[in-house]
Design a protein around this ligand. Structure first.
Ligand code: ZN
Ligand code: ZN
Length: 176
């Protein structure tokens, strides 16, 4: 199950075991995979000059990122470029960081929204790094993502503390 938002209003695409649905004002309209693909062509053939195509995040990590960046990786994500992958209808900025939970160095792109903020997440232990809308403003601007005007600072701080604590707990249980 998952969904992709088309815009900030009430139209989005829903994927689940029943098929693909366009949801408009709360009403589901089933569409075929062909219809979905026709309306959302793959970005890789678009001639975009801003990004490069990679097969998957592993290829990106192994072949597209200089050794020094991997050696220097810390908990604070560092921008490595814009990429697109099979099936994607757009591109995204990617960041390299060292997971605070399992200490693995990995790449991810910003996901939204935890307490109204973007985050990157470790696909192994699910530890998150949440981008602060002011301190990490560049991350929001790079992908033209609106800084959440009404992000909840108290909730964000609470989330940050909790994710730090969970990461530390994981790191203790699984020392590398
Ligand atoms: Zn592109
Ligand atoms: Zn991890």
């Amino acid at each position: 199950m998952g969904s992709v938002r088309d815009d900030e209003l009430s139209t989005y695409t829903l994927f689940d075991q029943r098929g693909i649905f366009k949801v408009i004002d709360g009403k589901e309209h089933q569409i075929s995979e062909e219809e979905y693909r026709a309306a959302n062509p793959e970005h890789r053939g678009s001639g975009c000059t801003e990004c490069s195509f990679v097969d998957n995040a592993n290829t990106l990590f192994v072949y597209r990122i200089p050794r020094e960046l991997k050696d220097r990786a810390s908990a604070e994500p560092v921008y490595v470029g814009k990429f697109t992958m099979p099936g994607w209808v757009g591109h995204s900025s990617f960041y390299i960081f060292k997971c605070e939970g399992c200490r693995r160095v990995l790449v991810d792109y910003p996901h939204g929204y935890s307490a109204g903020c973007l985050y990157v997440v470790c696909d192994d232990c699910r530890s998150k790094f949440i981008f602060h809308p002011r301190k990490n403003r560049d991350v929001y601007e790079r992908d033209n993502i609106h800084i959440p005007p009404n992000f909840n600072l108290i909730e964000l701080v609470r989330l940050l503390i909790r994710s730090r604590r969970e990461a530390r707990k994981l790191a203790k249980n699984d020392p590398v």
